[in-house]
Design a protein around this ligand. Structure first.
Ligand SMILES: *Cc1c(COP(=O)(O)O)cnc(C)c1O
Length: 476
């Protein structure tokens, strides 16, 4: 290859792009080697320690070299220096947070998305926006909301989807009383009241980002021993409010007890008192796919906006969030990015005008791939299997003399603790995770320290439950 000829040794600006042109010639081999490395990592995730406990061998302060090494050499370095120090979060026994793995089809779609590297802004000269539109229709279908009434956008995650919910809600509230928050700022809406019973930590963060304020929401009571909104308390608070602008944040699947709000009742109150209803359904949205739990999200189609995630229970690689709304034009008012150089005339949705980012990854492709490859039934099977696993672990905990359940699992999360002090339980969780066989994250529920086992990976099987129970037993 002779694309680059000014390589004289005394030139201060040697053109090192020859490394890239050389790599382009070798791209086939590079992709095969990458595939091999990825393949053994993904397969090996069953057997490796679920988390890495010592990555001190990696030195973040090592300076960048002037001279590059080419991709094959960099790949070898990644294989030696980085891959052995990773968590097997893609594997079947990573039960921390709500962490989805990656289906083979979603992985293939994600790689392809990188290879073709579309900037998924809108319909100009590429089908990518139409694919996103199709995927959003399919997502509506999975969650049981009508795609002719809901439209949306793919985001980086539920945190940003919740942010879009607040932004659109505030704009809509302004429109109800004849002010324009988008144009004139939040100051034109001084009497906004946000009601929430069990807002996710990301929602609290979003209250800060939007300038509403972390502490500036009305805490609604939960039902006793639950994270579910107490409807009577919401009714009392919303009816007593003299705010002209009201937003209700409801939950479909809370992170601890996986509780679902009575969305029909909340939608009735929102209709009666002129409030926007936002439903955070980051993973609970897909409960609708399990016929035994199909009524958990009953009423969700009456929401004004809905948050969900692709990178949790749909098992699509990071990052992939979902935002749906019945008021897409309100969202577009707030998120439109106008400049003469962005003004195109192509037909179709401009996703650049529906979210935070101007430049966007082609996130629709991995979703499209996994939905085409496994269909609605494949998605439903993952949901059912994970719910059964949470129930199985709970049944074991219930009969174990040293353990107790912190709440009955309704979905895919089992919360439990050992009899004894919070201190003892903290140490026990560290010992369980140190076995390398399973990873769980802590929580505090009903004033007690406990462990959360969140089943959200398509690969988790009965054998894994046996290993998980053994690991807990050995640490006890
Ligand atoms: C995980 C989660 C979020 C935040 O989602 P990210 O994708 O991590 O941004 C919000 N709400 C709920 C209920 C969640 O479970």
């Amino acid at each position: 290859m002779n694309h680059v000829s000014n390589r004289s040794s005394n030139s201060p600006t040697v053109d090192e792009r020859h490394l890239m042109f050389d790599d382009l010639e070798k791209l086939g081999r590079i992709l095969v080697e990458t595939g091999d490395i990825a393949h053994s990592f993904v397969q090996g995730a069953d057997d490796m320690d679920v988390t890495c406990r010592d990555f001190s061998a990696f030195d973040p302060s090592r300076p960048l070299q002037g001279q590059g090494r080419g991709t094959l050499d960099a790949l070898r370095a990644a294989k030696e220096e980085i891959l052995p120090l990773l968590a097997a979060s893609i594997g079947p026994r990573y039960l921390g947070f709500v962490t989805g793995g990656t289906t083979p089809a979603a992985l293939a779609g994600d790689w392809l998305a990188s290879a073709i590297d579309q900037n998924a802004t809108g319909p100009e000269g590429s089908v990518n926006a139409a694919v996103e539109e199709q995927v959003i229709n399919w997502l509506c279908d999975l969650g049981g909301v009508p795609s002719d009434r809901f439209d949306g956008v793919l985001t980086t995650g539920a945190t940003v989807s919740n942010l879009l919910g607040l932004v659109a809600a505030r704009q809509w509230c302004g429109e109800q009383v004849g002010v324009n928050v988008d144009a004139d700022g939040a100051g034109v809406l001084p009497d906004l009241e946000v009601f929430a019973a069990s807002p996710h930590a990301s929602m609290i963060k979003d209250l800060s980002i939007t300038g509403i304020g972390r502490n500036n929401f009305t805490k609604v009571a939960t039902k006793p021993g639950s994270e579910e909104t107490d409807i009577a308390d919401l009714k009392a608070k919303i009816s007593a409010s003299d705010a002209r602008a009201k937003i209700v944040i409801a939950s479909a699947g809370t992170v601890n007890a996986t509780d679902f709000d009575d969305l029909e009742a909340i939608a009735d109150l929102c209709a009666a008192y002129g409030a926007w209803l936002h439903v955070d359904a980051a993973f609970g949205f897909f409960a609708a796919l399990d016929d035994r739990r199909a009524d958990f999200t009953k009423g969700i189609a009456r929401a004004d906006s809905i948050t969900s995630d692709g990178h949790k229970w749909l098992n699509v690689p990071y990052d992939c969030g979902i935002f749906l709304t019945r008021h897409i034009s309100v969202l577009e008012t707030c998120c439109r990015a106008f400049a003469p150089y962005l003004d195109t005339k192509a037909d179709g949705n401009s996703y650049i005008n529906r979210g935070v980012e101007n430049s966007r990854r082609f996130r629709a492709l991995p979703l499209w791939m996994t939905m085409v490859a496994y269909g609605r039934d494949g998605g439903a099977s993952v949901i059912r299997a994970n719910c059964d696993q949470a129930a199985d672990l709970a049944a074991w905990v219930r009969t174990h003399e040293k353990l107790e359940l912190l709440s009955e699992p309704k979905l895919n999360v089992t919360m439990f603790a050992a009899r004894g002090s919070d201190e003892d339980n903290r140490a026990l969780l560290a010992r369980i995770n140190a076995t390398g066989k399973v990873f769980m994250t802590p929580t505090v529920y009903g004033g007690r320290f406990g462990f959360r086992a969140a089943f959200s990976n398509w690969r988790t099987c009965d054998d894994d439950l046996v290993i998980i129970k053994q690991a807990i037993e050995s640490a006890l």
